[in-house]
Design a protein around this ligand. Structure first.
Ligand code: 16G
Length: 241
């Protein structure tokens, strides 16, 4: 409920009330929430105020609107810690979800110049270009494009990359993965990415590039990933020094 005497803005109180109802499972994932008119009557506030609260929750990814249908409770975002160099397969397993992939591309090509530079291999050396849609419990989460040196992993196969690439590097190739440098930026989905991820065109995307090295410092992969921003948030603990 809202408290008209509180110094907190009404729309903010409504947001908190709706979030509480979602946390209590009064409104569950995919449930339609009451209409603006119903909410404005229940909270005894104007429809404008309700609309502002709902818009804020839509922008936060807590709710989503469907044209002509109503407003629904979104799935909770996956919280991905920024510490720890983990694989998609491990991340999903840690959450009790099942990781799977659809292979879009598996080809050997001459390395584009930025890739050969980042992998520290000869200009135009052969690299694999592997493009996969990554699913969590059968739902598309990301599209990833990995580049790896063919010289380094001559026996890499389509079958292997349908499973975990990191498990192949560590368990089959007996290499130790050391560290990665990662960049995250905001972009939007074009038509083809939107189709692959099953989201509307222009949806927010977290665009990530990772350069990973073995423990001896040898670069072994360059990965460009597009993660659904409606399903993912990256979190980290930061310390004041
Ligand atoms: C993650 C990594 C990606 C890595 C992949 C290996 C991010 C942003 N990206 O998706 O760089 O190649 O895991 O996963 O976290 P796999 O071992 O399941 O194939």
């Amino acid at each position: 409920m809202v408290d008209k005497k509180s110094p907190l803005p009404m729309y903010y109180q409504i947001e908190e009330d709706l979030k509480q109802r979602i946390a209590n499972q009064e409104y569950k994932t995919s449930d339609m929430i009451p209409s603006e008119r119903e909410l404005s009557e229940a909270f005894k506030v104007s429809r404008m105020t309700v609309r502002q609260a709902i818009t804020n929750l839509v922008n936060e990814g807590v709710l989503y609107r469907e044209k002509g249908r109503g407003t629904f409770v979104a799935e909770e975002k996956i919280e991905q810690p920024l510490q720890g160099l983990t694989s998609f397969t491990e991340d999903m397993k840690a959450r009790g979800m099942e990781a799977s992939s659809r292979l879009l591309t598996f080809e050997v090509m001459r390395a584009p110049s930025d890739i050969s530079r980042k992998l520290e291999i000869g200009e135009e050396a052969a690299v694999y270009k592997i493009q996969r849609i990554r699913y969590a419990d059968q739902k598309p989460m990301a599209v990833e494009t990995n580049f790896l040196s063919v010289d380094m992993f001559p026996d890499l196969s389509e079958e292997t990359v349908l499973g975990s690439l990191y498990s192949y590097v560590e368990k089959m190739k007996k290499q130790t993965i050391g560290k990665a440098h990662q960049m995250i930026e905001a972009t939007t989905a074009d038509q083809s990415l939107a189709d692959l991820l099953d989201i509307p065109v222009d949806s927010a995307i977290l665009s990530i590039e990772r350069h990973s090295s073995l423990s001896d410092g040898t670069p072994f992969e360059v990965v460009k990933s597009s993660y659904r921003a409606d399903r993912y948030k990256f979190i980290s603990d930061i310390y004041r020094t």
